[in-house]
Design a protein around this ligand. Structure first.
Ligand SMILES: Nc1ncnc2c1ncn2[C@@H]1O[C@H](COP(=O)(O)OP(=O)(O)OP(=O)(O)O)[C@@H](O)[C@H]1O
Length: 237
């Protein structure tokens, strides 16, 4: 059986008359890590949203575990083991940390329950200290930890992190990377968008660079790291 989790073929996505994605192919298999890279506005979030059914591509196909999901509602991709941590995060501010985590609990696609409340607590000791605080009382970094913790409570096979450390202080960002590395080691496939090229390419085995809604590079993270010109040309500020 193929271990392909998520595939996109020839995706074209528009916002009104603006043509944003120009025929993008993407795929990720069980256990892989992909750094999705590119400057602001190049289409990274739109690609993610197009694959999850949050935005509907005009052309192209999306397959989840080999099944056609091109027209499937977003909640079905979640049921098939794909967890999404959107840019800007998404916790319930009026619920406590505990409630935020508990309400997301569910078993994975094959019934596995690797990620329990206790395991999330072990992974994010800082959340443990805040367990009865309301979501609104958390710092930006703690909110991001809670969002990732909630995603893990769904026992996903694929975790998609958009702007994983955006707006976070360097020390907190380092803590997030430590946790993401730990998650990668457990074999969960991961797609990561972040401006810190060094961090994402060290955590992910593959990298993909978008420029104006087209793939200009797809290869190993090592290739990206060994090629400062590629970084300067497509990712430099
Ligand atoms: N809801 C929307 N309506 C219209 N245009 C949009 C919308 N969302 C994004 N865009 C435009 O689509 C293009 C791609 O945006 P997208 O957010 O996918 O880029 P990105 O690579 O994720 O960058 P960023 O890190 O800035 O989010 C940009 O030109 C952006 O202005």
């Amino acid at each position: 059986m193929s271990n392909m989790l998520l595939e996109a073929k020839e995706l074209h996505t528009y916002y009104g008359a603006s043509h944003i994605l120009h025929g993008i192919d993407f795929n990720i298999r069980q256990g892989e890590g992909i750094a999705l890279m590119g400057r602001n506005g190049m289409g990274k979030s739109t690609l993610i949203k197009s694959m999850l059914g949050i935005v509907r591509p005009k052309h192209g196909r999306v397959l989840v575990r080999g099944d056609d999901f091109s027209k499937a509602p977003t909640y079905r991709t979640a049921q098939r083991g794909i967890a999404y941590v959107p840019e800007g995060r998404g916790i319930f501010p009026n619920l406590s940390v505990r409630e935020n985590l508990q309400m997301s609990a569910r078993c994975g696609v094959d019934g596995q329950r690797n990620w329990t409340f206790d395991r999330v607590m072990e992974t994010f000791p800082r959340l443990g200290e805040r367990i009865n605080n309301g979501g609104w009382q958390l710092s930006g970094g703690e909110q991001q930890m809670l969002t990732i913790g909630r995603a893990l409570m769904t026992n996903p096979d694929l975790l998609i992190l958009d702007e994983a450390t955006e707006g976070l202080a360097p020390l907190i960002a380092m803590e997030i990377w430590r946790i993401v590395k730990q998650i990668r080691k457990t074999g969960i496939a991961t797609v990561i968008v972040d401006k810190n090229h060094g961090a994402v390419t060290s955590i992910c085995d593959r990298a993909m660079i978008l420029v104006k809604g087209e793939v200009v590079f797809s290869g190993s993270s090592d290739e990206v790291r060994a090629n400062p010109e590629l970084i300067q040309k497509h990712l430099g500020v």
